[in-house]
Each structure stands twice: as C-alpha cells, then as structure tokens.
Design a protein around this ligand. Structure first.
Ligand SMILES: [Zn+2]
Length: 297
C-alpha cells in the first residue's frame, strides 16, 4: 500500500515506493521499511525500533498523533488536488499515557480496522483501570502474572499499577529497553527488572509481573505456585479478551486500538468520502457510515 503524490510514492509501513512512512515501532509495521536509509517517522519510533535511518518529512506531509504507543503517528498528505490520511494503528480515546488521535479532515482515508466490528465496544478507560486495580488489590497476597505486549501495553499497565495500586511490577529485559526510551520522553514508569536485587526482594511476597502473552497461561501460573509455595493468578490485557476466552483467571479488554464506535466517530469527523482498511474487514463500519469502499487505483 502506498500514497502517490506529485510523482512520489510513499510506502505505508512497508518498503514500497520512493520513501517509506513508519507509523510506529510494532514489528508488524516495520517490514521492508526498516531497510531504508531515509524514512518518514518520529524520533521515538526510530529509537524504539532501534533503526539508524535519517528522518525526512516532505513539505506536503504532516505527521499527526495516533494515540497508540509512544511516537505513533498518522500520515497526512496534501497533493494532486486531494488530501489523504493513513492512520497506522489508532487509538482515539485519551489513555493514561497519551492523548487520543488527532483527526484532520481529508478526502481519502486508509484506517486501522482491527476492531471494526459492532460487537467491539471497549469499556471506558477509567472504569477499566479501576477494575484492574480492584482485582490486583483483592489478590495482593498472591503472585499475579499479566500477559501483555512488551511495547505499549506493558508501559500502560506499569502506569496503571503505579497510579491506581501504588506498586511497581516486575518486567523482563526486553520490556525494560522500551521503558527506558519512554522515560527519555518524560514518561515516568516505576518498575523492577527480573533478576535484579530489588525484584528478588519483591518476590519474597506476593508480586505482580508483566509477562509476554504466551506465558500468561494457567499451567505457567501453576508452576510458579509450586516454585514459590504461593497462590499464583494469571490474566491477560488485550482488546480480544472482550469476546475470546484465554486460558487465564481474568481477561481485561484493555486495548491500544479504537473500537467500532470510536472508528465510526473518527471517519465521520474526517469527512472522508473514500475509506479503506489496512487491517481487518470494515464492511460493517462502512455500512454504518453510509460510505462505499474506496477502490484504490
Ligand atoms: Zn501497533
């Protein structure tokens, strides 16, 4: 997928065209773009993705916040008599770490459709943060492991646990590298790194650890219960937990994407007459907005 403007092709989270736009540092958006020497991206994205490329933003391009993770941007392009926006991954509501995505009027829109299904209506963030805090406090003497992605969701959960429960969770080295970059951009995160003396001390009593999604399973929790001689509970934090059952004690529908209703509001505010989805199937959403699918030429 690419945008064409004044004879220049801009690859959208891929290595197509003359220059690539990297919306954010999640690995599924880096693809061929990571090999480029010059890219359109934010400084934060390059640091999180550990890329050495130089940044060059053409004069007819503007980067807009997308509210998804640190440094995540949408691309706004003006050219050839039309305006276009590519959102990358998008979160429209304000979260504990970031403002919601900026919305700019445009003619054509390529949007995140991960949850473009009417059955996805995420809870209010404050209610969700309260629910997570309540569950952790209720089980404060147990070990708790929460499965989440190391970039984005981990930092959000650290902040929730810091502010709503007053504890510093234990994280792994990979997540720690991302946390250090968040801190360079003034997002303070109180956490302990596994293997450190502080983490060892914390593990003498019930602790909270944020782990990769594949480790958040009941059998892993059972092994921890045996190893520590202490009850261990596991949870996941993902938007999919709204409808899918995971092999865990608790699922929190905490997503850094927009739900169906957020997307509908974004599309309506943008005034776009042509909309396509870079992920997911947006048929129901287009119908709800009364729009035809924009066939890219
Ligand atoms: Zn993402």
């Amino acid at each position: 997928m690419y945008f064409l403007s004044s004879g220049m092709r801009i690859g959208l989270d891929n290595g197509e065209g003359d220059i690539s736009f990297i919306s954010h540092a999640h690995s599924d958006h880096l693809n061929g773009a990571a090999k480029r020497e010059v890219v359109i991206a934010s400084k934060e994205t390059l640091e999180l993705a550990a890329l050495k490329a130089n940044i060059s933003v053409p004069p007819n391009v503007k980067l807009l916040d997308s509210g998804h993770i640190l440094g995540s941007k949408q691309l706004f392009l003006e050219g050839d008599g039309a305006t276009m926006v590519y959102t990358g991954d998008l979160r429209i509501r304000e979260s504990i770490l970031f403002n919601g995505a900026e919305v700019k009027e445009c003619d054509k829109l390529i949007i995140d459709g991960t949850y473009a299904d009417p059955s996805y209506k995420f809870p209010d963030y404050i209610e969700l943060y309260d629910e997570i805090a309540r569950w952790v406090k209720e089980n404060i003497n147990a070990n708790i492991i929460i499965g989440c992605y190391e970039l984005g969701k981990t930092q959000e959960l650290i902040k929730i646990l810091n502010d709503y429960v007053g504890i510093a969770p234990i994280i792994n080295e990979k997540a720690e590298r991302f946390c250090r970059i968040y801190e360079r951009y003034n997002i303070k995160l109180d956490r302990l790194v596994i293997g450190s003396a502080e983490a060892e001390e914390e593990m003498k009593r019930g602790f909270v650890a944020l782990v990769p999604m594949h480790q958040a399973k009941r059998y892993f929790a059972r092994r921890l219960s045996e190893a520590f001689g202490r009850k261990t509970l596991c949870a996941v934090a993902t938007g999919w937990a709204l409808h899918y059952r995971y092999n865990v004690d608790k699922g929190f529908a905490l997503s850094d994407h927009a739900d169906f209703y957020d997307l509908k509001s974004y599309i309506e505010q943008s005034g776009a007459k042509g909309v396509v989805f870079h992920s997911g199937d947006g048929t129901a959403l287009l119908k709800a907005c009364g729009l035809p699918r924009w066939q890219k030429t």
